[in-house]
Unconditional design. Structure first.
Length: 216
């Protein structure tokens, strides 16, 4: 069976959520109140990002400059990408994060050709516009990551999932194997969903190689 690795970006590939640096610097109003509403399940993560970033009026160069020197990538990311290439695994980043900074981080890593699905952004004097588009080309207001893993499964892929947050739990439930850290790891344990700890991607590669010797 063909294999696909679906990987989150903020807090998974990166050690922290890059979008929070931008919101701290430029968002107008109490964006952390919106974040709390998301954590309490009152709004979706798509809704949170759409509303929070609508208050950000800075241009793209200014926002990227804010991230300089702040975004740290989890150890072993290049090794993970190389391993997937060697094993002919399809590697896909599916993130609720924003396209412009994900692209910038990957370019700095010389990995700008990776397959990425994320929030689409445009910049306007009255505030940023954020929208999520699913695999069928339709706009989504919730369930972005889940929509993509369902599409990959329909294509016949065996999916290995890697993530860290609450929004990763729903898609992780559909995966054949899960590597988790942070809130996702806690949710998996609370709900009896088997997962392997994700500390570094080097460890994940070792685990994947061991798993590949038996049935995934």
């Amino acid at each position: 069976m063909k294999t696909l690795v679906q990987c989150d970006f903020d807090g998974t590939i990166t050690e922290e959520d890059a979008s929070f640096f931008i919101l701290d610097a430029y968002a107008e109003g109490d964006w952390r109140r919106l974040l709390q509403e998301y954590k309490e399940g009152r709004i979706s993560v798509c809704g949170f990002n759409t509303v929070a970033f609508s208050t950000v009026k800075a241009d793209k160069p200014a926002l990227l400059q804010t991230l300089k020197g702040k975004v740290k990538v989890r150890a072993g990311f290049h090794e993970l990408v190389d391993y997937c290439l060697k094993k002919s695994f399809r590697f896909v980043i599916v993130s609720n994060g924003l396209d412009f900074y994900i692209e910038a981080v990957l370019k700095d890593l010389s990995l700008e050709n990776l397959e990425v699905y994320s929030a689409r952004t445009s910049f306007h004097p009255e505030g940023m516009r954020v929208r999520y588009v699913g695999p069928d080309g339709r706009r989504l207001r919730d369930g972005f990551k889940e929509a993509y893993i369902r599409s990959f499964l329909k294509l016949g892929y065996r999916v290995i999932y890697m993530g860290n947050g609450d929004s990763d739990f729903a898609p992780a439930r559909h995966a054949h194997r899960v590597f988790a850290t942070g809130e996702l790891q806690e949710r998996c344990r609370e709900n009896g969903l088997n997962c392997r700890p994700l500390e570094s991607f080097i460890d994940a590669v070792r685990d994947m190689e061991a798993i590949s010797q038996v049935q995934l």
